[in-house]
Design a protein. Structure first.
Length: 184
């Protein structure tokens, strides 16, 4: 197409004469005509390419892409969930031995030494002659009683004295103490 235009331009120059003024005007006009034709060709080519692309995109293709994206999101969510669950399990695994070490580190016999002065070495006495004998109590009953003394919801005449004894005890220490006493 460009060759045809150039040939036409040259032919026009030859046929119109060789005058300097005419030559300059004709060459400039020819250049403008070539530019216009090139722009029209580019516009047509771009329009054709766009039309081809639009024809290739259909609702089915869009739905297929949408489904692919959904699937990718679901897979990613599952991977993240698995990683979070794995991390939680690792933390639990790390905490469990630490709890066991804490329980093992509590010397229940030493804790009971403070109790023995009133309850007897084997928990066989009524403390100060007014309380119950705690030997033979099961672990849960002892835990409930000790926690009750601690929060003030349990006990009679000895309630005030016992609250002071258990106020500083942690739940782990109370459990260890109850376990020790229940095994006497």
């Amino acid at each position: 197409m460009k060759k045809i235009l150039l040939s036409s331009a040259i032919a026009m120059l030859v046929l119109t004469g060789c005058g300097e003024d005419k030559k300059t005007t004709t060459v400039e006009q020819t250049k403008e005509e070539v530019k216009i034709v090139n722009k029209e060709e580019s516009t047509t080519t771009v329009a054709q390419e766009a039309t081809k692309m639009m024809e290739s995109v259909s609702k089915e293709n869009i739905i297929e892409v949408k489904d692919d994206v959904k699937e990718a999101v679901v897979e990613t969510a599952e991977e993240v969930t698995q990683k979070v669950e794995k991390a939680i399990d690792e933390v639990k695994t790390a905490i469990t031995p630490a709890k066991e070490e804490t329980k093992a580190a509590i010397d229940a016999k030493a804790l009971f030494a403070a109790c023995a002065s009133c309850h007897g070495l084997n928990a066989e006495k009524q403390a100060l002659g007014t309380s119950q004998i705690i030997k033979g109590w099961d672990k849960q009953k002892l835990i409930d009683a000790l926690n009750g003394y601690k929060d003030g919801s349990y006990g009679g005449a000895m309630k005030g004295l016992m609250k002071g004894q258990v106020a500083t005890k942690s739940p782990e220490e109370i459990e260890a103490l109850a376990s020790f006493i229940s095994n006497l």
